[in-house]
Design a protein around this ligand. Structure first.
Ligand code: TXA
Ligand code: MG
Length: 342
């Protein structure tokens, strides 16, 4: 990732803004959502990946509220959501033909492209980095919303920084209630994992975050890609922080049966891929996909993690899923959920 973004020590400090309190409403009214967004407020929006916390991407005074509400550090850039590939030229330039082809094939969909930004995108949105992340989301409600607004929407996942991304309107409400005026309810997210993030660096298509669009799909169009998943605390890309997407409870990733005997003195929550077990009394189990379908496992992962995190269990025992297709992104999220905070 670019080295010249803002990081901890020299990130601009916002004048602490006083956030308004709202009586948060959840509904499917596009004109309500649009009215709040035009007024410079934040609204939660459904996408096919996860729910986003959206604001007018061209208005720094609106964007700064996203950072405040999420408690998100200023060095973590935001993805800008557009209706379709036609919008690329308005916000980005020098677009590599391979990335353009990826947009043509996979937008609207779970793919974010990092492209050299135009000046119209405020530096606050990209944390001072030279590229902007653009994505056209596929959810019909948010598609309709984007088409009726005169500006694109900056939107990170609608969770407090570092926690599990929301895949239902209820997840958003539970954490952001009172902080935003409106949650546009689009039901359960169809894919359930954040978008795959792709850019063009050193003459190569490069994947920075595994996500809802499988690597194999990208390679079918763009040829072999380089994968650069940051495993360390790279401040330029917190979505790739070693510990992220994490429940509050201890999560142990590995062989569940082995770990069950190690943790027999604790109340355990099991997050299994497909196998049901006979469990010790008091243990809770969630099976992600009994038929062993990786897309189903991906779709259910975050809701399952939340459920176990909110339950009585003291420790969550999870196992990796097969490392292919969407399974790679599931394993990536499980690893980050298991990593201790540094
Ligand atoms: O599916 C998704 O991508 C969801 C939905 C709402 O669209 N959004 C999402 O946003 O997951 P967020 O902010 O939680 O994660 C996006 C990650 C950031 O953590 C950052 O690392 C990276 O994308 N990113 C965004 N803009 C970037 C930029 N200009 N340069 C480098 N990395 C960027
Ligand atoms: Mg996020």
């Amino acid at each position: 990732m670019e080295k010249n973004g803002w990081c901890h020590s020299f990130a601009p400090q916002f004048n602490k803004i006083i956030l308004s309190e709202f009586n948060t409403r959840t509904g499917t009214d596009l004109s309500d959502a649009a009215r709040w967004l035009r007024a410079g407020e934040c609204v939660a929006i459904p996408t096919e990946t996860v729910y986003g916390l959206a604001a007018n991407a061209l208005d720094p005074a609106a964007v700064v509220k996203i950072f405040e509400i999420k408690n998100r550090p200023a060095f973590d850039p935001l993805i800008v959501h557009v209706p379709d590939a036609e919008a690329i030229e308005r916000y980005a330039m020098d677009i590599s033909p391979l990335l353009r082809e990826l947009a043509r094939r996979f937008w609207p969909g779970p793919l974010t492209l990092l492209l050299p930004k135009r000046d119209v995108i405020p530096d606050l949105v990209t944390s001072g980095l030279p590229r902007v992340g653009l994505r056209a989301p596929a959810h019909p409600l948010t598609q309709a919303l984007l088409r009726q607004l005169p500006f694109p929407l900056a939107a990170p996942s609608a969770n407090p920084f570092g926690y599990i991304s929301p895949t239902t309107a209820r997840h958003v409400y539970d954490q952001l209630q009172g902080k935003i005026p409106y949650i546009l309810d689009g039901g359960d997210c169809r894919i359930g994992l954040e978008s795959t993030i792709v850019g063009f660096e050193d003459g190569q298509v490069t994947v920075y975050r595994l996500g809802g669009l499988a690597l194999e799909e990208i390679e079918r169009v763009a040829g072999p890609v380089r994968v650069t998943l940051n495993q360390s605390s790279n401040p330029a890309a917190p979505g790739m922080l070693k510990s992220h997407y994490a429940p509050r409870k201890l999560l142990i990733l590995g062989d569940i049966d082995k770990n069950l005997s190690l943790f027999s003195h604790k109340k355990t929550g099991i997050l299994a891929f497909r196998q049901k077990r006979s469990l010790p009394a008091g243990a809770v189990e969630i099976v992600l996909s009994e038929k062993g379908d990786l897309a189903e496992a991906a779709q259910r992962l975050f809701a399952a993690l939340r459920k176990l995190d909110e339950s009585e269990v003291e420790v969550i025992l999870a196992e990796p899923v097969p490392d292919a297709g969407l399974g790679r992104a599931v394993n990536d999220r499980l690893k980050r959920a298991a990593a201790p905070l540094e």
